[in-house]
Design a protein around this ligand. Structure first.
Ligand code: AP5
Ligand code: MG
Ligand code: ZN
Length: 215
């Protein structure tokens, strides 16, 4: 099973991907996470990507498609892939077709998280993640069970993303509208797009996605 989670910044792609990984043993392929790791490690890709990401603009199609290909090659052939934040342009969508075909994989579903943009700034500015295991949280919508302690690994260190400020979020949303939303018709024409109400509670969104995957 290979699926794309599609939606603007803060739609819940990463949150839902983490749950699918836990529940179904699929692999989350988040180009945002891969790029942040490259920035942290100071690789040539990271050096190129850092300023672009801080502005909220898109990194080059070649870089992200190469990252996706490498990640797929590191996975077992029968491990399902959840594409989170990729593809984001028509060129990336075309590249993904080739990448999947070369590896004998099929795209099963494109799950569009349908959200109201007005709510997204609050979601993003309240977001934080465990510095040790990467589990995502929110100041208001998904708190740790014990204050200051990660539910999953017990770490007490958390971090926030440098691009999670209101100004950058606005640019990220504009990029989504201009370059990413226009790829939906490509998948619509193949009949594989399913919309999910991304404004519902996190657990309800998970249920809706689970019922799509069960079909
Ligand atoms: P990326 O890391 O992909 O960021 P994004 O697309 O802006 O998406 P986010 O991670 O912000 O949102 P999300 O949908 O994962 O939300 P989350 O689940 O965390 O990309 C970052 C940058 O990298 C880009 O700007 C670009 O520069 C570069 N990049 C990455 N991929 C690229 C590509 N393919 N091409 C070119 N450049 C690329 O949820 C947000 C918060 O809300 C959380 O705190 C969560 O707890 C909460 N929440 C989630 N769901 C709900 C709900 N239903 N109700 C209430 N709260 C909720
Ligand atoms: Mg994310
Ligand atoms: Zn943790």
């Amino acid at each position: 099973m290979n699926i794309i989670l599609l939606g603007p910044p803060g739609a819940g792609k990463g949150t839902q991907a983490q749950r699918l990984v836990e529940a179904r043993g699929m692999r989350q392929l988040s180009t945002g996470d891969m790029l942040r790791a490259a920035v942290k490690a100071g690789t040539p890709t990271g050096l190129q990507a850092k300023a672009v990401m801080e502005r909220g603009e898109l990194v080059s199609d070649e870089i992200v498609s190469a990252l996706i290909g490498e990640e797929l090659d590191s996975m077992g052939a029968d491990t399902g892939a959840i594409f989170d934040g990729y593809p984001r342009t028509a060129a990336q969508a075309a590249a993904l077709d080739g990448i999947l075909a070369q590896r004998g994989r099929n795209l099963d579903h494109v799950i569009e998280l349908d959200v109201n943009e007005d709510a997204l700034v609050e979601r993003i500015t309240g977001r934080f993640t465990c510095a040790n295991c990467g589990k995502g949280y929110h100041d208001k919508f998904e708190q740790t069970k014990v204050p200051g302690v990660c539910d999953k690994c017990g770490s007490t260190e958390f971090k926030r993303r440098p691009d999670d400020n209101e100004e950058t979020v606005r640019t990220r949303m504009a990029e989504y509208r201009a370059k990413t939303a226009p790829i939906l018709p490509i998948y619509d024409a193949r009949g594989i797009v399913v919309q999910v109400d991304g404004m519902a509670d996190i657990d309800l969104v998970t249920k809706a996605i689970e019922s799509i995957l069960a079909n």
